[in-house]
Design a protein around this ligand. Sequence first.
Ligand SMILES: [Zn+2]
Length: 175
Amino acid sequence: MIRILGLDPEKDANLVDTDQRVAKMYLEIFSGLDAENRPRLTTFPNDEKYSSMVMEKDIPFYSMCAHHFVPFYGHGHIAYIPNERIVGLSKLPRLLEFYARRPQLQERLTEQVATTLEEELKPQGVMVVVEARHLCVEMRGVKKPGALTVTSALRGIFAQKAVREEFLDLLNRRG
Ligand SMILES: [Zn+2]
């Protein structure tokens, strides 16, 4: 890329080793491509028979758009209603981060988090909402700064309107 842009590291000291730095950075921000880095979802028996919604909201994340390799970033909101098992709360942000750290689509990210929780936790239901700004929309192309893209994925009992409404109610409750 440096060559194609007509830049010369011989003439601009800032560009010396930039290729190496970018490669190393990609290894870091695409660490979710390595299955070894997938967080283990520690689950616990639901001894209290808790059967209401558990929600982690406003989880910040950074990802990279697979089409342009520029960032999209924002917040994820993850909720589930337990069955036999509950999950350690810190695992929900880690799961979002794992799937965000790869060349990604917001739609796919949303689905991957929901599917993983559904398969590994076997809850009564899961819902994931992701809100993000895409720099490939803001810096280039249609240039719409501040536009927010919202995606959602739901499983199981969240198909029921009343359950979805409870999710939105919890989501909109501030402070
Ligand atoms: Zn893009």
